[in-house]
Design a protein around this ligand. Structure first.
Ligand SMILES: CC(C)(COP(=O)(O)OP(=O)(O)OC[C@H]1O[C@@H](n2cnc3c(N)ncnc32)[C@H](O)[C@@H]1OP(=O)(O)O)[C@@H](O)C(=O)NCCC(=O)NCCS
Length: 299
């Protein structure tokens, strides 16, 4: 049975990203809870302007509990859905077990409903926290197979560095103009998450294909095995064109989103991770075909 929320000694605040001290308190909460540093977001174009954080602060300004919502329109089964994402959900150990997370979850979902979002999505390794709120898990599939032959290009790709101001401007322009990388499941925008995710995975490389005006996010585990994480472009180039632009001819490829725009199919493989992608919507949602959200959209 659910007990009442014990928020004694705490003050509730929402929409606090404009307050430097409160932002620092969130950075600290996420560093202590998940070991991640989201502060570089401020240098990489800023936080997502649609973000709406819900948090309980103590009298010293420490953030005890938080959950943030943000607009995250997605394409799902070929349809654009005006979805919200939930992220940065955490409660500091001394304040756990008092109903604070249940409280911020209810507040965030109520806000999402009042904003008129059609669906709410999140990632979690604790699905039991969210099933009582109507969330269901969707299976995620990567696609793997033999790499197609490259179509050679004249203009070579160049590496992009988000810390170079010119490259950052180009990246942000491409992110603003991007088409969903897949019709099956993909974000429509989500620039802030793409940019911060470039910092979380040290192996990820960003390349600019000038002819296609496309950013390719990729990794190479060894010389023969190519991992394609995302493509940011208003028209998604095919895989042979991507390999041609990058000047690569790997033997095998793994694509971390549904490859319906890549002119290549591959075999779907269920992602065996403890992290689940969950969705809450008025009408039941299922994936019509195997898909996954690009890790560059992780939130
Ligand atoms: C998980 C976490 C957010 C729970 O915070 P909390 O304030 O202690 O949770 P609450 O007291 O509000 O409990 C809310 C409900 O979740 C349940 N719950 C708490 N911890 C849970 C866990 N680890 N797994 C599953 N359910 C849990 C509670 O039993 C309670 O259920 P009820 O509403 O039926 O009574 C907190 O332990 C935490 O920050 N953990 C580390 C970070 C994390 O996992 N964040 C979630 C990211 S998706």
């Amino acid at each position: 049975m659910r007990g009442a929320t014990d928020s004694s000694g705490l003050t509730f605040r929402q929409d606090y990203f404009g307050d430097d001290a409160a932002w620092a308190a969130l950075v600290s909460l996420l560093q202590d809870t998940f070991g991640i540093d989201i502060d570089p977001l401020r240098q990489l174009g800023g936080t997502d302007p649609t973000s709406m954080p819900f948090g309980w602060f103590d009298e010293t300004g420490t953030l005890a509990a938080n959950l943030s919502a943000f607009a995250m329109p997605i394409t799902l089964n070929g349809r654009i859905i005006n979805a919200a994402g939930l992220q940065s959900g955490a409660v500091r150990p001394p304040w756990r077990g008092r109903g604070l997370y249940r409280d911020v979850t209810a507040k965030a979902l109520d806000w999402c409903d009042r904003q008129g979002f059609e669906a709410v999505v999140l990632y979690t390794d604790k699905p039991d926290l969210y099933t009582p709120h109507g969330f269901v898990s969707l299976p995620m599939h990567l696609h793997a197979g033999d790499a197609p032959s490259p179509i050679p290009k004249t203009k070579p790709a160049r590496r992009l560095d988000p810390w170079n101001p010119e490259d950052l401007a180009l990246l942000r322009e491409a992110l603003n103009a991007r088409a969903p990388v897949s019709e099956r499941l993909a974000v429509c925008r989500s620039s802030a998450m793409f940019l911060i995710n470039t910092q979380f995975d040290p192996d990820i490389r960003l390349s600019w294909l000038p002819e296609q005006q496309a950013v390719i996010a990729w990794k190479m585990d060894d010389a023969a095995f190519f991992v394609l994480s995302d493509v940011v472009a208003s028209a998604i180039p095919t895989l042979p064109v991507i390999f041609g632009g990058l000047g690569m001819s790997p033997r095998t490829v793994e694509v971390l989103f549904a490859p319906d725009k890549l002119g290549w199919q591959g075999q779907p493989q269920l992602l065996e991770t403890t992290t689940r992608f969950m969705i809450r919507a008025d009408t039941p949602v299922d994936l019509a075909q195997p898909a996954m959200l690009s890790p560059m959209a992780d939130f």
